[in-house]
Design a protein around this ligand. Structure first.
Ligand SMILES: Nc1ncnc2c1ncn2[C@@H]1O[C@H](COP(=O)(O)OP(=O)(O)OP(=O)(O)O)[C@@H](O)[C@H]1O
Length: 630
């Protein structure tokens, strides 16, 4: 038997490990199962290149709890270790055997999926165990050994005949403060969290399975039940397969495997697969963003060689795609990811821009393959696309091929189609293409109607980030501007050469303006007398585009200008000088009647802008009833 001191530079590394190495104690299981997986994959590799002349068979990893003995054991049927190797790989902390293996078999082992890198994973066992035993037998024809260490730097190592089969057993004597890890439910939870898609089958207990009845079975025959291994993982999850092997149904099935509590079907998926300049595979799903939207729970999961790392993917996945679901697996992402690391890491930045590009490409092909279906899904995906257009220039540059601009008539136009269809009529006298839009088809109905009467097209842009999107489009495209239909009278929104005829003289218009301003007596409203068609409404309330947009942008974060914290409510009250009511107000000499007519007309204008509320609305209704009964 050998006794010795574990070769570390710090006098006692264990308290350090316990405290600092991983803040999350539960990851010890992930580390040990990763080691067991590595050991299995190493053997697979060695048998495949003929270096290990043993039968690889169908190895699995087993996790066992013995409550009485207070032990948790992880057993693999992998490569095992000789006494010498235990000395080398276990006793010399921070000497990673995985690294050495990869170095030695550099070229052939590149794709073997080996996880370990740092040479500290094994010692995370001491976060939960007061004593750790390793019972191991190498695939080489050498005696098995037992290594025991109680958390001090002292260990014992001896040969044993107790283990006759190949592989390693890690026996953790669970410490008093960690007995939660002797609970079956806790271990099951951890296995499902970290190991659900690991590449080697993991057995945790057994389960009963009912055998199918033979075809010629008697009617009253009872199906036989057998005890089988309870395998908790799916060793070949969809993302490890090639897209050509997978049907739509497979993708959907995997979605539900990933998120068992999600009952809605995903809208579509994007299979990621890149091996240069970094390795990355994965599947992203566009979920249907319903009201019950659960961004918190079902997030994109990050894996490293099928080992779950985290679902904090900020930095790796561009912000605008955080609403998606799915998995990303990359051996280039370290297991112990920290935020500062992610932000600084070049590979991670490349991953983020690759994902952006891939999503853009997928949008183009979805649109081209089945436009009708894409249009149907537009309302569910637009928020992600529009956010991407605002935040990622590369995504914006491609968006002309897949971003849709819906009209209030239910058409979905690409930018090029919008230009072709709408630009000729909606270009103003200065050559600017004015794009009219509404944010709410019901509330802005009368304005939409006024625009349509002129033959104009009105877009329906109703997502909350639209003010930002519009700003982005206006600064990126030449000679265009957006105007909400109620931003001004339609004649002023798209100014044409023709001058309107007025029934009133300039002096009369001035007098009318004065009358109305005094009667309205509210600084929120700027009175503007305009020569409109006599059939148009006498009073129209509009809200200038700039002020409203700034206000909207502020409400959705950012975009406020001049350090203004609160934008004042500002409206224009457009008075149609050619309307009968204008003439009537002007010539009415009864001051009281004049006043009440102006107020009544103002209320009607407010009503059509959805601005008449509370007491004003009640008063208005009362006054209207009085009028009726006169
Ligand atoms: N179950 C096992 N079977 C065979 N060898 C093992 C087993 N567990 C650990 N080893 C050996 O011990 C070495 C050290 O393991 P450890 O977990 O500390 O580091 P690692 O796996 O190389 O890297 P990481 O810190 O990323 O886990 C491994 O590289 C491997 O050679």
């Amino acid at each position: 038997m050998t006794k010795g001191n574990i070769n570390v530079s710090v006098e006692n590394i264990f308290p350090l490990i316990k405290k600092f190495l991983y803040s999350d104690h539960e990851i010890f299981l992930r580390e040990l199962i990763s080691n067991a997986t590595d050991a299995t994959l190493k053997l697979k590799h060695l048998t495949s290149i003929g270096e290990a002349k043993v039968d690889f068979g169908q190895p699995k990893i087993e996790v066992k709890i013995d409550k009485d003995a207070k032990t948790l054991t992880i057993i693999d049927q992998g490569i095992g270790m000789t006494g010498e190797e235990v000395e080398k790989y276990i006793n010399q902390v921070a000497f990673s055997g995985a690294e050495e293996f990869l170095e030695k078999y550099k070229d052939s082992a590149k794709d073997s999926g080996i996880i370990g890198h740092f040479g500290l994973g094994f010692y995370s066992a001491f976060m939960v165990a007061e004593k750790v035993e390793i019972l191991t037998k190498s695939y080489k024809d050498e005696p098995a050994v037992r290594w025991i260490c109680d958390g001090s730097p002292e260990y014992t190592l001896e040969e044993t005949t107790e283990k006759t089969d190949r592989g390693t057993e890690i026996i953790l004597h669970i410490a008093e403060d960690s007995t939660e890890f002797l609970e079956e439910s806790r271990i099951r939870e951890l296995l499902l969290k970290y190991n659900k898609f690991m590449p080697v089958p993991i057995k945790f207990g057994t389960k009963k399975e009912t055998l199918p009845l033979p075809e010629d079975a008697a009617e009253d025959a009872k199906a036989e039940t057998v005890e089988v291994d309870n395998i908790i993982n799916n060793p070949t999850p969809a993302w490890t397969k090639s897209p050509s092997e997978l049907s739509e149904a497979d993708y959907k099935e995997f979605y539900h495997e990933l998120y068992p509590m999600q009952f809605e079907e995903p809208l579509f998926n994007i299979h990621l697969n890149v091996d240069y300049p970094f390795n990355l595979t994965g599947i992203l799903y566009f979920p249907k963003l319903t009201n019950g939207l659960n961004i918190e729970k079902d997030k994109i999961q990050l894996y490293q060689n099928q080992v779950y790392v985290t679902d904090e993917v900020k930095g790796i996945v561009p912000d605008f795609l955080m609403l998606l679901r799915g998995v990303i697996d990359s051996p280039d992402i370290p297991l112990n990811v920290s935020r500062s690391y992610l932000q600084a890491d070049g590979a991670v930045k490349k991953i983020s821009s690759y994902i952006t590009k891939k999503v853009a490409d997928k949008m183009v092909s979805l649109f081209n393959e089945n436009r009708e279906d894409y249009e149907k899904k537009w309302n569910d995906i637009k928020i992600v696309i529009e956010y991407g257009m605002i935040s990622e220039d590369k995504f914006f540059d491609k968006s002309d091929k897949f971003a849709l601009y819906p009209t209030t008539d239910g058409q979905y136009l690409l930018w090029s189609e919008l230009e072709e269809k709408v630009k000729p009529l909606q270009t103003d006298k200065n050559g600017n293409f004015v794009i009219l839009y509404a944010t709410n088809a019901d509330e802005q109905h009368s304005y939409i109607q006024a625009a349509k009467d002129k033959g104009y097209e009105v877009l329906l842009l109703d997502s909350p980030i639209v003010p930002h999107l519009i700003q982005k489009l206006e600064t990126s495209k030449e000679k265009i501007s957006f105007a909400r239909v109620d931003a001004d009278h339609i004649n002023n929104l798209i100014k044409k050469e023709d001058t309107a005829i007025s029934k009133l003289t300039e002096e009369e218009k001035e007098a009318l303006k004065k009358n109305i301003t005094e009667a309205v007596n509210d600084t929120k409203f700027t009175v503007q007398v305009e020569d409109l068609e006599s059939s148009e409404a006498p009073f129209i309330i509009t809200q200038p585009e700039f002020m409203r947009r700034m206000k909207d942008m502020q409400a959705t974060g950012g975009g406020g200008m001049f350090g203004m914290s609160v934008f004042p409510e500002m409206y224009n009250l457009v008075v149609n000088s050619n309307s009968e009511l204008a003439a009537e107000i002007l010539k009415n000499e009864n001051a009281e009647e004049k006043n009440s007519k102006i107020k009544y007309a103002l209320d009607l204008a407010k009503l059509s802008q959805n601005l008449l509320k509370g007491k004003d609305l009640t008063d208005f209704i009362q006054r209207s009833y009085q009028q009726l009964s006169k």
